[in-house]
Ligand binder design. Structure first.
Ligand SMILES: Cc1cc2nc3c(=O)[nH]c(=O)nc-3n(C[C@H](O)[C@H](O)[C@H](O)COP(=O)(O)O)c2cc1C
Length: 266
């Protein structure tokens, strides 16, 4: 069983590749009781500012995992900054223990800094790394990925720059007049932060995970990161090529009544 959180589908793709039974964290977290048992339990999510998204941390804090093997796979785009060790610390603080934590480099969806077309053109050898992770998990390999010196340096530089949780810094989005009120942004948002008012998308900061799902999925590119500087490539957006928009909606839509779980117990 694999629990996942995603904004632009990298983590959903990885989750699908690792297990047949995958569960959306934004949907299951609405349940009161989060008790799970399985031979092996996994968590897949993106790295935001070298950490796991706030919602994933809340899920880990609240959930109880009855398993012999808990693993975490963190998808990232350029520098994970020692995210595996950082996640390990968090999980221990939450009174749990992960047996295996690793990272996998994929397209970096942080469009204030990266051109999505350039990112997509890079061969990050995702298939090969995914196969290595799949084998490690099948063999129930144990260990927490160690941060290299370069990643430790990246983390030091980053923490000097950003003092607060990433979502408090990056949860700033504006909607332009191009908005046609199609509502896609409201349905890909894993935190239910966007609503339509008079056929116009309105984003509210409260609960926003800064996952950029709304920005990347808008067919009119009307949802934008509210940054004074222009984006690297305002004409480029991203969704993992192995995941359809429909799958992303199914995994994140907060208006879906039931995620098919019995009281949160699986
Ligand atoms: C707000 C935000 C912060 C991010 N921070 C990092 C980071 O610190 N290091 C990194 O390598 N990638 C970072 N990324 C890129 C994502 O971790 C990466 O693209 C991930 O695979 C996206 O997963 P998803 O498609 O499942 O949402 C960040 C992306 C966003 C939106």
């Amino acid at each position: 069983m694999v629990f996942y959180f995603t904004g632009t589908s990298n983590s959903l793709y990885v989750a699908k590749e690792l297990d047949e039974k995958i569960v959306s964290i934004p949907q299951i977290i609405k349940k009161e009781r989060l008790e799970f048992s399985a031979d092996s339990i996994g968590i897949v999510c993106p790295v935001y500012g070298h950490e796991m998204p706030g919602m994933v941390k809340e899920f880990i804090r609240r959930a109880s995992f009855g398993t012999d093997y808990l693993f975490v796979v963190l998808t990232y785009g350029s520098h994970h900054g020692g995210a595996a060790e950082i996640a390990d610390l968090f999980i221990r603080d939450a009174g749990k223990k992960a047996d295996y934590i690793t990272t996998i480099e994929m397209v970096d969806n942080f469009l204030p800094v990266f051109d999505m077309n350039e990112q997509m053109a890079k061969d990050k050898q995702v298939g090969k790394h995914l196969e290595e992770i799949r084998t490690a998990i099948r063999e129930k390999k144990c260990g927490i990925q160690k941060a290299s010196l370069a990643e430790k340096t990246a983390h030091k530089m980053y923490t000097k720059m950003v003092k607060n949780a990433p979502e408090t810094v990056w949860a700033a989005f504006r909607v332009t007049e191009e908005c046609v009120g199609c509502g896609i942004c409201t349905r890909v948002c894993p935190a239910g932060c966007i609503r339509l008012e008079n056929q116009y998308a309105v984003h509210s900061k409260e609960g926003c995970q800064a996952c950029f799902a709304c920005v990347h999925a808008c067919p009119k590119m009307a949802v934008q990161f509210a940054l004074p500087n222009p984006e690297k490539n305002p004409a480029a957006r991203y969704r993992n090529e192995h995941v359809t928009l429909c799958e992303l909606v199914k995994s994140n839509d907060q208006t879906l009544e039931d995620c098919g779980m019995d009281g949160g117990r699986v």
